[in-house]
Design a protein around this ligand. Structure first.
Ligand code: FES
Length: 573
């Protein structure tokens, strides 16, 4: 039934003859709107994650106006609702601490206001999953307007990639091979425009997966933020959401097991950020679809890396767009995708892909000629991670994928920070660096500490990768032989808490094994003696977070937000 033939949600606020509706209409008139502007029109929320401390969304003030233009054109009434901007760069201790807060904020903004449909303006890492999680739970017609990647970085004529080149040059600076002036010049050239990180980091991964799920317009996630096509896409989002409200096309119509399976396929073909594992599990949970780590490992074995984008490849998101973007990648994947899945267009993925093709097969590879034979992702288990741990083999030195070495354990980040560059640190390239208390509760917020720095004394010897294990995450722009998301985490008494310096650890990616070579009785004895670190939060958001956050293998959603239990609509008295 079209929304013209059924009562729109917003009509409960505006269309009755009661006293409250008088208040809603008179206050809309107070803002300078005429009856013709808002009466009998679908009301479209624009959730805008702009702020003065969100460089990746610096264009969102303009884009919000461009979205509004499309909504007006199509006969809707746009209302902009600002939400937490969650800058990956500026928010401390980590944006992951606040992903669920933005999800909750999005859901409640939509529930508590007279909204019929929503455009989510998101892009910087957590903003995409967070706003989408909230919108999935609210289940109003929804379309995501991705922020788009920034332009390529440039330093001395050399192309720079967000994050990946920072880690690379920082290692050189620590090794003493580049000067302070060169470091500063690199700092000025690495972020040349608004938009999200332009490597295949968490932002580009999550917007691509959102498009794969069917929640953006076709091709939207690949358009560089500074391209004029990005502004036109924003206006298209405004036009399309009004039609979606008429069609009553909601996330629950679009998000199915098939669309999430498609997202897993694309995640592997992109060698996407390991953070996407947590976010996809959480998003699927909101849609009532059970995804688990084994689903990721299964698909990783079947789908090779096709996107030649840093950190697993050579190019950047701007190159990916010119090579045909995500639609071209879909075309390369052929029948590996379920093309019957539908999208916000109301048509199938097959129709969306249409005649898309690759313009540069070095950037987007065909299935017969992948970027590498290494897996984009692997799920490891063993006595050190009974709930699972993840790794990105394609971004690691291949000789470390099968390795046994003595552990060098850091109890927490501060201890690691204090010790890692000491000249007297007893460490060799064979050691396995272990960081404890970096998990969802212990971090708190599971900070991106998982790419532990290589000790300076080893950097000077030319070592650039070694095995690292933690219950934290790593940035999608990071690389190296980093085993992450160890579950259950050490802070809650997971086996990682039992590891001691000198213990032998074995990693065998082919066998998906992560093993602490210590007798089980000894591990049990150590865990029996173990006491949790002394840290509690007496009040505030941290207290709510600590009481309700779930482990990484469950997507780190709050227990009371996960799932599909109905929440009643607000009374309007
Ligand atoms: Fe915003 Fe990387 S800092 S996407």
């Amino acid at each position: 039934m079209s929304s013209s033939n059924r009562e729109r949600r917003s009509a409960r606020w505006f269309a009755s003859s009661g006293l409250r509706a008088f208040g809603h209409r008179s206050r809309a008139l107070q803002m300078g709107y005429a009856y013709e502007d808002f009466m009998d029109k679908p009301v479209v929320a624009i959730i805008n994650t702009w702020s003065d401390l969100q460089p990746c969304h610096a264009h969102f003030r303009n884009r919000a106006e461009e979205v509004k233009r499309g909504i007006w054109q199509a006969g809707g009434f746009p209302v902009e609702l600002p939400a937490l901007s969650l800058s990956e760069t500026f928010v401390k201790p980590t944006t992951m601490l606040y992903r669920n807060l933005l999800a909750l904020e999005t859901e409640e903004l939509l529930r508590s206001h007279p909204i019929d449909g929503v455009v989510l303006m998101a892009g910087c890492d957590k903003t995409t999953p967070a706003t989408l999680m909230g919108a999935i739970s609210m289940d109003l017609p929804t379309i995501v307007m991705p922020a788009g990647p920034m332009l390529r970085g440039n330093y001395n004529g050399e192309v720079l990639g967000s994050g990946s080149d920072v880690w690379k040059y920082w290692a050189e600076k620590q090794a003493g091979t580049i000067s302070e002036d060169e470091w500063r010049a690199m700092e000025s050239g690495i972020a040349r425009s608004y938009g999200t990180c332009m490597t295949m980091g968490t932002a580009s991964t999550m917007t691509a997966l959102t498009e794969t799920l069917g929640m953006t317009l076709p091709g939207a996630s690949s358009i560089p933020a500074a391209d004029s096509g990005h502004a036109r896409m924003a206006t298209d989002c405004g036009r399309r959401i009004v039609a979606m409200i008429e069609e009553d096309l909601k996330p629950s119509d679009i998000l199915t097991r098939a669309s999430f399976e498609n997202a897993l396929v694309v995640q592997m073909a992109l060698a996407g950020s390991t953070n996407a594992i947590i976010h996809l599990i959480a998003m699927a949970g909101r849609a009532g679809i059970a995804l688990d780590l084994d689903d990721f490992d299964r698909v990783a074995r079947e789908i090779p890396v096709l996107a030649n984008i840093r950190p697993s490849g050579a190019f950047l998101m701007e190159d990916f767009y010119y090579a045909g973007g995500l639609l071209a990648l879909f075309a390369e994947l052929g029948d590996r995708l379920d093309r019957t899945a539908i999208t916000v267009t109301g048509t199938s993925l097959d129709a969306v892909i249409g005649k898309a093709r690759t313009n540069n097969s070095d950037v987007i590879r065909p299935l017969e000629s992948p970027v590498s034979d290494a897996l984009g992702m692997a799920v490891l288990r063993g006595n050190l991670a009974p709930g699972g741990a993840v790794m990105k083999p394609s971004a690691a030195d291949q000789h470390l994928l099968k390795h046994s070495g003595p552990a060098l354990v850091f109890r927490d980040y501060d201890e690691m920070d204090e010790m890692i560059d000491r000249d007297d640190l007893d460490v060799t390239a064979d050691h396995v660096l272990v960081l404890q208390n970096a998990g969802p509760v212990g971090g708190p917020g599971m900070p991106e500490w998982g790419m532990l720095p290589i000790p300076r004394k080893l950097l000077k010897q030319g070592v650039r990768d070694m095995l690292r294990i933690s219950d934290g995450r790593m940035s999608g722009t990071s690389y190296g032989a980093c085993i992450l998301h160890v579950a259950p985490e050490s802070y809650v008494g997971g086996p990682l808490a039992a590891v001691r310096t000198g213990d032998l650890i074995t990693v065998d990616v082919d066998k998906r094994l992560l093993q602490l070579e210590v007798r089980e009785s000894e591990i049990a004895r150590r865990l029996e003696e173990w006491t949790p670190p002394d840290r509690t939060f007496g009040r505030g958001y941290n207290r709510l977070y600590g009481a309700h956050i779930q482990q990484a293998d469950l997507g780190c959603d709050f227990d009371f937000l996960a799932g599909t239990a109905a929440t009643p609509e607000p009374d309007i008295h």
